[in-house]
Design a protein around this ligand. Structure first.
Ligand SMILES: *[C@@H]1O[C@H](CO)[C@@H](O)[C@H](O)[C@H]1NC(C)=O
Ligand SMILES: *[C@@H]1O[C@H](CO)[C@@H](O)[C@H](O)[C@H]1NC(C)=O
Ligand SMILES: *[C@@H]1O[C@H](CO)[C@@H](O)[C@H](O)[C@H]1NC(C)=O
Ligand SMILES: *[C@@H]1O[C@H](CO)[C@@H](O)[C@H](O)[C@H]1NC(C)=O
Ligand SMILES: [Zn+2]
Length: 274
């Protein structure tokens, strides 16, 4: 019987067999809210598209928090003082609903800056104002929002670029089509951002770092650990929590020797070139 079956199968016309060679992939690539250059390979495209989706998720939540609570939210007042909320709402909304056509994220390294120690990416500045390069370091070190409030992360003691969504939000604000030269750097670090708000300074609502910190804090409070969040600081200090920023500082120091004249660093090793 077995022999007969074998003989029959050998005689079967080849066309009747399902082709084992090239099944069509069942899934489409992950859709990115911003264009990704073909220099990104399949895994980079997938990671970056996911991170850009998370950036939209993060700011959409921040916008919703403001629309629901406005200045009744203690977190709103902590970061924006008594400033009206329209500017911050717009700064978040343009990420969610703006025209993404004049923005490009790429994975090749046309300016050669990814070779510099500690560089996670850079805005191409005069070489291509709409373009941002994302270097390999980002793919291996930036975290996804599912780890918000875990692994020692706190709002007050960790860098905003711990999460890829925070890092990409910062990079998006440097692109003229998004930041429009209005969202800029007026404060650096958690304490600087709080100072800006305490003085009820008008810059608070269009400060790049303020917008990042607020989005991360309301996400931590509303989504990651509901009603609690992870502000950290004096109330919540442990040895674990100081380890991570120390590592970032080191990255920053190493990078500093190599910074071209047209670039600036932020606390924690974020680099931008104009
Ligand atoms: C894409 O490029 C990265 C960085 O060079 C590499 O680690 C990864 O393995 C590549 N993925 C594929 C599918 O080739
Ligand atoms: C809150 O916003 C309202 C207007 O929406 C304003 O009248 C009020 O003064 C603000 N309160 C604070 C504490 O900023
Ligand atoms: C622009 O290109 C030049 C020449 O390749 C390079 O020296 C410079 O660093 C680039 N600028 C940026 C912001 O990367
Ligand atoms: C900022 O605004 C709040 C609310 O109106 C007020 O209580 C506080 O005194 C103001 N701070 C400064 C430095 O003006
Ligand atoms: Zn910057």
């Amino acid at each position: 019987m077995q022999l007969l079956a074998l003989a029959l199968s050998l005689c079967a016309p080849i066309a009747a067999l399902p082709s084992p060679h090239t099944p069509k992939p069942l899934e489409e690539p992950i859709k990115s809210p911003f264009p990704i250059h073909h220099s990104c390979n399949a895994t980079e495209q997938r990671q970056l598209a996911t991170a850009l989706q998370e950036t939209v998720t993060l700011v959409e939540h921040a916008k919703d928090h403001i629309l629901r609570w406005g200045n009744e939210s203690a977190i709103y007042r902590k970061y924006f003082g008594d400033r009206p909320s329209l500017t911050a709402i717009g700064a978040y909304d343009i990420i969610v609903n703006g025209n993404p056509d004049n923005i490009l994220f790429r994975c090749d390294d046309p300016d050669g800056n990814c070779a510099l120690d500690g560089w996670g990416g850079h805005w191409r500045g005069e070489n291509a104002t709409d373009e941002t390069v994302i270097c390999e370091l980002s793919y291996t070190s930036r975290r996804y929002l599912s780890t918000m409030c875990a692994q020692g992360y706190t709002i007050s003691e960790s860098e905003t670029n711990t999460f890829w969504a925070g890092d990409l939000l910062h990079r998006l604000y440097h692109i003229p089509a998004i930041g429009q030269g209005l969202v800029e750097h007026y404060a650096d670090g958690y304490d600087g951002v709080l100072e800006l708000a305490e003085g009820n300074r008008t810059e608070a609502v269009h400060d790049s770092e303020t917008l990042q910190y607020f989005a991360l804090e309301v996400y931590a409070y509303d989504v990651a650990v509901p009603g609690v969040g992870c502000v950290g600081g004096e109330e919540d200090h442990s040895d674990d929590q100081t380890e991570e920023p120390a590592q970032d500082d080191q990255e920053d120091d190493e990078a500093e020797d190599d910074i071209p004249d047209n670039c600036h660093t932020h606390e924690g090793g974020e680099l931008h070139c104009v």
